[in-house]
Write a protein that binds this ligand. Structure first.
Ligand code: TRP
Length: 369
């Protein structure tokens, strides 16, 4: 279905504080899109139900991290006057939609989802047993996206399989029940390093248990410690004079993702841009210390305002609560309207009116003849 509107839906699981990978892969873009004025609605979902699919034994973790994620959103510049921040578990329409969409997806198709596959491995579900809810969370994500009539879903690259699966569900639904749902499109960063920022140790995934994250809420001392103490560079670059490699060198990966020419003008005016810095490193004669110091300056210039905004929001958690409550109330209306449309398309909207009474009567009469 085409609503003629530009609508965004995206979200995050509240399983921890958000880190630089989230920021550069998705959050920063959301704020830009929000401020572009090109969208009729922007919805950001705190996906606590999805987080429960692999944390059923630890709901307190989700409860605690809801406020962290909300604070991360507000401090990066998600503006509650322009974007609707809402809480998944308080939107009953999503549960109903998930249940209907489950019938449009085979278990074989779910088993092929590469992101879920990787997560199953990582969480050890392959040995322990796989919760059915976790296995099928891409279906609930399809409910999230379609319930808001979203046509644009700004996400990190790892979420592409979810959008692909959502599109299949939309196409199937529309084919069976008539044109009802909006076909969404993923929007991922153009910059490759922004799409998948590695951990400071160079591991593909930033994860709390690996201790290789830089969080948006980390103080400057911690940021410094992560970069100076943990960030991988080039193991063959032993002395400053040695030629170095910039590929696979995490400091340069982060610079690729974060630095601009303006950062050079401000913090390292000996170089005009990253290409010049890289060329010097490759040639030899440029030490890791200089590059790390520059990176810390770049990260700090990005993180300092976020930190300051966070401190203000942290001083008024009542206000944050009201933002979530009001956003969720609005989202209840939006998603209920979609559910009503879906039930109508499926012709299971029995109690909208009494028209089925006539239908049933006619059926019974015909059967008797
Ligand atoms: N799966 C996403 C993540 O792990 C979170 C999410 C839930 C989401 N529902 C969504 C993202 C809908 C985009 C659209 O971060």
């Amino acid at each position: 279905m085409n609503t003629g509107k530009n609508i965004i839906l995206t979200g995050d699981r509240p399983t921890g504080r958000l880190h630089l990978g989230h920021y550069v892969g998705s959050l920063k873009r959301r704020v830009e899109l929000q401020n572009s004025g090109k969208f009729d609605a922007i919805n950001i979902l705190i996906a606590d139900d999805q987080a429960l699919t692999d944390n059923a034994d630890n709901p307190a973790k989700i409860r605690d991290n809801m406020i962290q994620v909300a604070l991360d959103y507000l401090s990066v510049g998600i503006d509650p006057n322009k974007s609707t921040i809402c809480v998944q578990s308080a939107l009953p329409a999503l549960h109903a939609l998930t249940f209907y969409y489950m019938n449009l997806v085979t278990t074989a198709r779910l088993s092929r989802n590469p992101t879920v596959k990787a997560e199953i491995q990582m969480r050890g579900f392959a040995d322990e047993g796989l919760p059915a809810g976790f296995f099928s969370y891409p279906v609930s994500q399809a409910a999230d996206i379609t319930a808001f009539d979203a046509n644009v879903v700004p996400v990190g690259e790892d979420q592409l399989p979810m959008i692909e699966q959502t599109r299949e569900i939309v196409e199937k639904f529309n084919k069976i029940y008539g044109d009802t749902l909006v076909l969404p499109k993923a929007m991922i960063p153009e910059n490759e390093t922004q799409r998948r920022l590695p951990g400071v140790d160079g591991k593909a995934k930033m994860s709390k248990s690996l201790g290789n994250c830089i969080y948006l809420s980390d103080d400057s001392k911690t940021v410094k410690k992560q970069v100076n103490g943990k960030m991988f560079t080039d193991p063959t670059h032993l002395r400053i004079e040695d030629p170095g490699h910039t590929e696979g060198n995490v400091v340069f990966t982060y610079l690729d993702a974060f630095c601009t020419d303006a950062h050079f003008a401000e913090f390292l005016p000996e170089y005009a841009n990253l290409d010049e810095l890289k060329a010097h490193y490759r040639r030899g004669g440029l030490g890791d210390g200089t590059c790390k110091k520059f990176l810390i300056n770049v990260l700090e210039s990005e993180l300092a305002p976020i930190r300051a905004a966070r401190a203000n929001w942290e001083a008024d958690i009542d206000a944050v609560y009201d933002i979530l409550r009001e956003g969720t109330e609005k989202a209840v209306e939006t998603t209920n309207a979609t559910l009503a449309r879906v039930r109508k398309a499926m012709r299971i909207n029995y109690f909208d009116d009494r028209s089925i009474v006539k239908e049933w009567e006619a059926l019974l009469k015909a059967a008797k003849q």
